[in-house]
Design a protein around this ligand. Structure first.
Ligand code: CA
Length: 237
């Protein structure tokens, strides 16, 4: 363990859950700071230099979605949304607002720690390696009117800017750099989200992909860029 403890903000209004999260996280060697309402969470998140934020959706004051979108206006700290509800709409909304991932309560400690590790590792790797990455690859990828600039992380379709969340961009860039190769959702989860084993929720891939399609495809129901290979996975032609 390095001297520099990674700092995690826990935003959860239910005291018992918050205490369990704090215990689990500090036992793993992280430093934990707890917030119990949305306003405090936002203040802490913006000023606290955190390595990751665990963010409950239902909170007093302002809810987790609002905290997420306000944080994303200025910071790219990894955010894992914690939702008590299974509804797909919650997940879609969280991912659209720029959350990196979500977990549905209840979840195991092992799963929580695995996801925290993966998100922090990916965040710090990305911050450290962009120059090397760009030196090796062509910095602008063009595919049938779609332009992906890997230096500025920007995407254009026929010259018009397309606004993508961080994860949507990562996923699109991943496919664009691996054209012609079919990837299973498990592999995508591992390569784009950084999860190994079975800890990621595979629907995250489908949800993020469907959001990308709505933004880049003429007809999202008949996608021309990223195709389904039924029973196998996805590929970009
Ligand atoms: Ca709550």
């Amino acid at each position: 363990m390095e001297n520099n403890k990674k700092k995690i903000l826990i935003v959860e209004d239910e005291k018992t859950i918050s205490e369990i999260l704090e215990y689990t996280i500090t036992r793993e060697g992280y430093e934990a700071v707890c917030a119990f309402d949305g306003i405090t969470a936002l203040e802490l998140a913006l000023g606290g230099n955190f390595d990751l934020i665990l963010l409950d959706v239902m909170l007093p004051g302002i809810d987790g979605f609002e905290v997420c979108s306000k944080v994303r206006e200025v910071l790219d700290t990894p955010i894992i949304m914690l939702t008590a509800r299974e509804e797909e709409a919650d997940k879609v909304q969280g991912l659209e607002l720029g959350a990196d991932d979500y977990m549905t309560k209840p979840f195991s400690h092992a799963e929580l720690i695995s996801r925290i590790k993966a998100n922090i590792r990916r965040y710090h790797n990305e911050a450290r390696t962009p120059v090397i990455k760009d030196a090796q690859d062509a910095s602008v990828i063009t595919i049938n009117g779609l332009t992906i600039d890997t230096k500025s992380y920007s995407v254009k379709k026929n010259g018009k800017s397309i606004s993508l969340s961080k994860k949507e961009y990562d996923l699109l860039e991943f496919f664009a750099k691996n054209r012609g190769t079919v990837f299973q959702r498990e592999e995508i989860m591992e390569k784009v989200w950084g999860y190994d084993g079975f800890y990621g929720d595979l629907r995250t891939v489908d949800v993020t992909l469907s959001r990308i399609r709505k933004k880049i495809e003429e007809n999202p129901a008949e996608p021309e860029y990223i195709q389904n290979k039924r029973g196998v996975g996805y590929l970009m032609l």
